[in-house]
Ligand binder design. Sequence first.
Ligand code: ADP
Length: 590
Amino acid sequence: MKRRPLFWRVYPYYFIVILLSLFLVAIYGAGEMRKMYIGQVTDTLEARAKVTERILRPLLLANEITLLNRECREISDVSSTRITVIDAEGTVLGDSYENPLVMEKHGKRPEIVQAYGGKVGTETRYSNTLQQNMMYVAVPVLHDSVVIAVVRSAVPVSEVEIVLTSFYRNIAIGGAIIVILAALVSVAVLRRLTDPLRALRNGAGRFAAGDLDSLLPVPATEEIADLSESMNRMASQLDARIRTIARQRNEREAILSSMAEGVLALDADGKIVSLNRTAADFLGLDIAQSAGKAFYEVIRAPSVLEFIERALRRTDVTEMEVTLPGASEKCFQVRAAALKDVSGARRGVVVVFNDITRLKRLESIRRDFVANVSHELRTPITAITGSIETLLDGAVDNSVDRERFLKMIARHSERLNHLVEDLLSLAQIESEIEQTRAKLSRGRVNDVIESSVAAFQEKSRLHQVSVTLSCEPGLEADMDQGQLEQAISNLIDNAIKYSDTGSSVAVEVTTSDEEIVISVKDSGVGIAAEHLPRLFERFYRIDEARSREAGGTGLGLAIVKHIVAAHGGRVSVDSELGKGSVFRVHLPKA
Ligand code: ADP
C-alpha cells in the first residue's frame, strides 16, 4: 500500500466532511428561507389586496369605474404593487399597469377562480399583460355573502428572485468564509496531532541511528505523551544495556589481547569469530583479514587444521600438542572447548594455544644436562677404576706401570675434582642470582682484570702465550669481585688454551655510553659461525678431545654467562675460524 503522511490521510476527508455538511446546511437553509420569504411576500400581497378591497368597495358598489381605475393606480404607486379589479363576470374593471378596456377577460385565471369561490387565491405564473413572471394573490369582494368582484395584488417574481439571489449570495459568501476558517482551524488541529507524532518519528530515527542521549519531547496529548515517555525509558534502558555490553566487550578484548595464550573462537561453520593478537602471531595471521573467514582458508598448519576439524565435530574438550614448523620451530599445547549460547546449544568452539616451546626446551636442556653430567663423570671414573683394577691385577708390582697408573688416577681425580667444582659453582651461581645481584658492591674494574691476569702468569709462560692488558684506570662497576674474577679468568684460560704457542692474548677494557666492555682477544683456532649461538650452553664443546686434553669441562663459558647475567650484563663473541676470537663481557656502567 502506498504510504502517505498521516496529515494527508486524514485532512482531505475532514475537509470533505466540512464542505459537504456546510453545503447541505446551506441548501436546506436556502430552501427554508425561500419558502419563508415567499410565504411572507404572499401574506403581504394578501394584506395589500384586503386593504385595497376595503378602499375600493364603496366605489364598486357605487359603480364608479373611472374613479376605481384611478384609485388602483394610486394605491399601486404607493405600495409598488400591481392592483387589478375584476368583476364577477371576469371583466377587468381597473388595473394599475394597463388600460382595462384593452385587457382580455380574467375570469379564467386560477387565482381569480379560487377567489370567486370565496377563498384567497394565489398563483405564480407568466403574465401576458406584463410579459414576465408574476406572483398573484386575489381576494373576493363580498356583498351580502355574494362575490361581486375580485381584488388582485401582484408583484413581479423577479423582485422576489433578486432578494433571494442576494440572500443566496450572502449564504455562499458566509459559507466560503466558514469553509476557509474551518479548513485553517482543522489544519491547525491536525498539526497539533501530527507534529508530536513527527517529532516522535524523528526521535525514533535518532534512536535507531544510535543516538540514545537526546530524549523525545513529551507533548500535552496524553496518549502521545505516554508513548514518548515509554520510548524515552526504552532508550535509556537500551543505552545502559549497550554501555554494559560495550564495557564487557572492552574488558574481554583487553583480557584477550593481554593474554600470553593465543585464543581463537570459531562459529559452528568454522568461521573465525574472534582472534587475539597472540593467536594471530602464533599462526602468522592478520587479525583484520582473518575475521569472518573460514579457518581452513587462512590457517596453513596441517596439525592445527586437523585439530580444529576434530574439535568442531566433538562436543567434549580436546587437548593436544602441536608443533608449528617455521624458522623457529614452535611447540604449542592446544585446547578446545565448546562455545555455547544462552540456551546451552553448541555454537562453535574456542581454541586456546599455549606456547610451551620454552618449557620443552628447558625440559630437553635438563635431560641433556643430566646425560652430559653422567657422561662427563663416567669417563674419569672408568679411567680410575680401570687403573685400580690393573694395579690390583699385578701392575702394582711393576714400578713403571705403577707410576703410570697412579699418575693416570691422579689426573682423572683432578679432572673429576674440576668437574665437580665447576658443577657446584654453576649450581651456586644459578641458584644465587638474586642474592648476587643484591650483594654487588662498587669496585675497580682494573683490580679484577689485573688479579685475573696475574693468576695466569705460570700458565701463559708454560704455553708460551703472552697476555697483555690495557685498561683505563679508575673505571668502576657494581660487582661481586670474586665472581667477576672467575668469569674473566675462564675467558683468559680459554684464550690461552685455544691459542698456538708464540701468540698473544689481549685483555682490554673499553667504555661506551652505557656499558663497560671487557674483551679477551686471542689469535688462536677460532670458532666456526654455526657454533657461536650455542657456545655458552653447558657442556657445549666444539672439539671435545682438545677440550678434554686441555683439562676443560665444557662448563667454563656457561659459568661466565651466568656470572655476567647476575651482574645485569651480557656476553658476546666474535670469531673467525683459524684467525682467533674475541669474547666480551658487557657490564652496565655504575
Ligand atoms: P671448555 O672447558 O671445554 O673450554 P668452555 O665452556 O670454556 O669449555 O668452552 C666451550 C667451548 O668453546 C670449548 O670447548 C671450545 O671449543 C670453545 N672455545 C671457548 N673459548 C674459545 C677460544 N678462545 N677459542 C676457540 N674456541 C673456544
